[in-house]
Design a protein around this ligand. Structure first.
Ligand SMILES: Cc1cc2nc3c(=O)[nH]c(=O)nc-3n(C[C@H](O)[C@H](O)[C@H](O)COP(=O)(O)O)c2cc1C
Length: 392
C-alpha cells in the first residue's frame, strides 16, 4: 500500500495497546475507517510475516520506559501491506507511535533478517522471548551489541535517507550530534589503546632491572631509575583508568550517550513535524485539536529534546574531563622524560661496561614518543567533540 516519503502517521494507544487516537494518513494507509480503529487493539494491523520477537522487544522497551524504534510490516484492511519505521514511546496514559516510510539500506537488511527470524520461530516453535534473543544474537553478528545500538543506528539512517529523499536541507544539529557521538566513541578507543601502551610498558622497566642485575658498576643507579620510572608509569596508569568509560553495550537498551543524543534528537524533529502536521490536518477538516492531544504531543516532544540535551551534556562533561586530565597527564609524562634522561646520562657514562643499555633507552624514547602522540590525538578529539557540540 503506497504512501509518500513526506507523509508521517501516528497513533496513540492506552496502556494495553488499544488505539485511542490517530491521524488521517493512518486511516488512509491502513484502509481501516476511523470507527474500525478507535478502540481496536493495535494488533489488528499485525502482518503474519512479522516476527513476534519484534513485538516482544517493543513491549519490553515501552514497559521499561524506553523509546523504541522498530521496522514493522503492517497489514491493511484488504490484505495489502506496508512497511514503516516506527518510533514508539510511553506517554502519561499510554503509548504514542510515529511512523515514517523506511528508505535506507538498513531496511533491506532487516527484511531479510525478519524473514530468517520468522522462519525460525515457526520451525522451532520459539517463544516470543526466545525469538527476541535470537534476533539480538543476529544483530550482534551485524555489529550491534544490543537493540539500543541497533535502533539508534537505524533511526539515524532512516532519518537521513528521508531528508535526502525530500531534498530537505540537512539538519545541522543532527549531523553535529552524530559527529560528536562518533568522535566520543573514537576518543574512548584511543584512551583504551593508550592504557594498553602503559600495560605493555612494564616490560621496559623489567628489562632494565634484569640488565642492572648483570652489572657490577652502576647497578644501584639503573635499578633506581627503573624503580622511579615504574612508579611514575603506575601513577599515570591509575589516572588514565579513571577516564576509561567503555560505551555502554550491556542489556537490551543501553547505548552510548552520544548515540542516545542523536536518537532522541531525531525523535524531537519527527515530533515537531507531527505537531505541525496534526494542527494543519485538524485546521483543514475544521475540527478542533483537543488540548489533551496537543498537550501529550508537546510533552513527548520536550521529553525527546530534554533527553537529547542531557546526553549531549554528558558528552561535553566527559570531553572536558578528558581535556583537563590529559593536560595533567602530559605534565606527568614530562616527569617520565626527566627519569629517562637520567637513564640516558647513565648509559653514556657506563658505555664501556654496559653494552645494551642504549637499546633499552632507545625503547623508552620510542614508548614516550608514542604516548605523547596518542595524548595529543586524544586532546584533539576532545576539542573536536566540544567544537561539534558547540556548533549544534
Ligand atoms: C504504540 C503502539 C504501537 C503499535 N503499533 C503496531 C503496529 O503498527 N503494528 C502491529 O502489528 N503491532 C503494533 N503494536 C503492537 C501490538 O500491540 C501487538 O503487540 C502486536 O501486533 C502483536 O500482537 P500479539 O502480541 O497479540 O502477538 C503497537 C503497540 C503499541 C503500544
Amino acid at each position: 500500500m503506497p504512501f509518500g516519503i513526506e507523509e508521517m502517521f501516528f497513533s496513540k494507544t492506552d496502556k494495553r495497546g488499544v488505539i485511542d487516537d490517530f491521524n488521517d494518513v493512518f486511516v488512509r494507509v491502513s484502509g481501516f475507517s476511523g470507527e474500525d480503529l478507535c478502540g481496536a487493539p493495535h494488533k489488528i494491523l499485525r502482518h503474519p510475516d512479522m516476527p513476534k520477537a519484534v513485538f516482544w522487544l517493543l513491549w519490553n522497551g515501552l514497559q521499561n520506559d524506553k523509546a523504541v524504534g522498530a521496522y514493522v510490516k503492517n497489514k491493511t484492511k484488504d490484505g495489502k501491506y506496508y512497511w514503516v519505521f516506527a518510533l514508539a514511546a510511553p506517554v502519561s496514559d499510554g503509548y504514542f507511535s510515529v511512523r515514517i516510510k523506511p528508505s535506507s539500506e538498513m531496511h533491506e537488511q532487516v527484511i531479510a533478517l525478519y524473514k530468517e527470524i520468522r522462519a525460525a520461530e515457526l520451525a522451532e516453535k520459539l517463544t516470543a522471548e526466545q525469538s527476541a534473543q535470537r534476533l539480538l544474537a543476529r544483530l550482534q553478528d551485524m555489529g550491534f551489541p544490543n537493540y539500543g545500538w541497533f535502533q539508534s543506528a537505524a533511526f539515524g539512517l532512516e532519518y537521513e535517507a528521508r531528508q535526502t529523499a525530500l531534498k530537505a536541507p540537512p539538519m545541522l544539529d543532527v549531523a553535529n550530534t552524530q559527529t560528536a557521538s562518533k568522535l566520543t566513541e573514537d576518543l574512548q578507543r584511543e584512551l583504551a589503546d593508550l592504557a594498553g601502551e602503559f600495560d605493555g610498558a612494564e616490560i621496559l622497566t623489567a628489562n632494565m632491572k634484569i640488565f642492572a642485575a648483570k652489572l657490577n658498576q652502576g647497578r644501584a643507579v639503573i635499578n633506581e631509575v627503573a624503580k622511579n620510572y615504574d612508579l611514575m608509569l603506575r601513577d599515570i596508569q591509575s589516572h588514565l583508568k579513571t577516564l576509561l568509560v567503555p560505551p555502554k553495550s550491556d542489556g537490551i537498551w543501553n547505548m552510548p550517550e552520544g548515540q542516545r543524543a542523536g536518537f532522541m534528537l531525531c525523535g524531537y524533529h519527527l515530533l515537531n513535524e507531527v505537531v505541525h502536521g496534526y494542527e494543519a490536518e485538524k485546521a483543514a477538516s475544521g475540527e478542533a485539536v483537543t488540548p489533551e492531544d496537543m498537550h501529550q504531543l508537546h510533552m513527548l516532544r520536550s521529553a525527546y529534546k530534554g533527553q537529547s540535551d542531557k546526553s549531549v551534556d554528558d558528552c561535553v562533561k566527559s570531553a572536558l574531563t578528558v581535556q583537563r586530565r590529559i593536560e595533567f597527564l602530559l605534565r606527568m609524562v614530562l616527569g617520565l622524560s626527566t627519569i629517562r634522561i637520567a637513564c640516558r646520562v647513565e648509559a653514556g657514562s657506563l658505555r664501556q661496561t654496559a653494552h645494551g643499555l642504549d637499546t633499552i633507552v632507545g625503547r623508552l624514547d620510542e614508548f614516550q614518543d608514542r604516548i605523547e602522540t596518542r595524548m595529543v590525538r586524544i586532546q584533539q578529539l576532545a576539542t573536536d567533540i566540544l567544537m561539534s557540540i558547540g556548533t549544534r
